[in-house]
Design a protein around this ligand. Structure first.
Ligand code: TYD
Length: 225
């Protein structure tokens, strides 16, 4: 059976990753393509507990190395339990955030050693990297505004609590990653684009890179076309 396709969505908080990941998954499913939609930190029972530790325990101390290792531990479980099995079944895996988030947040924005984060994550994932990454970019001020608006209804997490200038560093980190890996990372400017326009662009880019993605349909009696 053909190996699946691993797609990730990255970007600062408030960029619209969840919306776009969901739109893409829904469209692929409507085309009959088996799709696995998941997210980090989280995606498994254990990883969701680690997510809680990482994001919603502001009163508990968290050393930089511990934070890096917890994200990596959550990712290791996620890859082992969800991502690799889905890819082995030939599915399209769509994941909100992955290693690039650790590089941007814990690396570029927090000032930890980028190479060390790469190595820890290579170990945690057995070297699994996305086939394609959509980096949703928008002005930090705009993303920050959206996070603030959402914050009235939702809880502000540990990362959001670090404030605007931290988010700006995260954004610059993502842009550097994109500049270094133009083949894998598709940079998408979200300012002034509706969610449908953005989705259409993402769809075109996916078909461009993987023209055969729509032939990955499940046959009625199981098996693959
Ligand atoms: P996310 O679930 O995308 O938050 P939201 O739904 O509020 O946009 O991610 C939660 C936070 O976790 C986000 O602020 C970024 C942070 N994060 C890291 O710092 N490193 C990582 O490796 C990952 C995956 C996330």
């Amino acid at each position: 059976m053909e190996q699946g396709i691993f797609i990730t969505f990255e970007g600062v908080d408030g960029a619209g990753k969840s919306t776009q990941a969901q739109l893409l998954a829904t469209r692929l499913q409507a085309e009959g393509v088996l799709t696995c939609l998941t997210r980090e930190p989280g995606g498994t029972a254990l990883a969701e507990r680690i997510r809680h530790l990482l994001l919603y325990t502001g009163e508990v101390k968290l050393a930089p190395v511990t934070e890096i290792l917890l994200y990596a531990a959550s990712r290791a479980q996620h890859v082992d339990e969800v991502i690799r099995p889905a890819l082995a079944r030939g599915e399209v895996v769509i994941c909100e955030r992955y290693i690039d988030s650790s590089l941007a947040y814990q690396g570029f924005a927090s000032g930890n050693n980028i190479e060390m984060i790469r190595q820890v994550n290579a170990y945690a994932t057995g070297g699994l990297m996305p086939d394609l990454t959509f980096l949703l970019d928008l002005e930090t001020r705009e993303g920050w505004r959206r996070v603030q608006e959402r914050g009235e209804a939702a809880r502000t997490d540990r990362v959001e609590a670090k404030g605007f200038s931290f988010q700006e560093k995260v954004r610059q980190g993502f842009l550097r990653l994109a500049a270094g890996e133009r083949e894998r990372i598709q940079l998408l400017n979200c300012s002034g684009r509706t969610k449908d326009e953005l989705h259409q662009r993402i769809w075109e880019l996916l078909l461009d890179k993987f023209p055969s993605v729509l032939t990955r349909k499940e046959q009625e009696k199981g098996g693959w076309l």
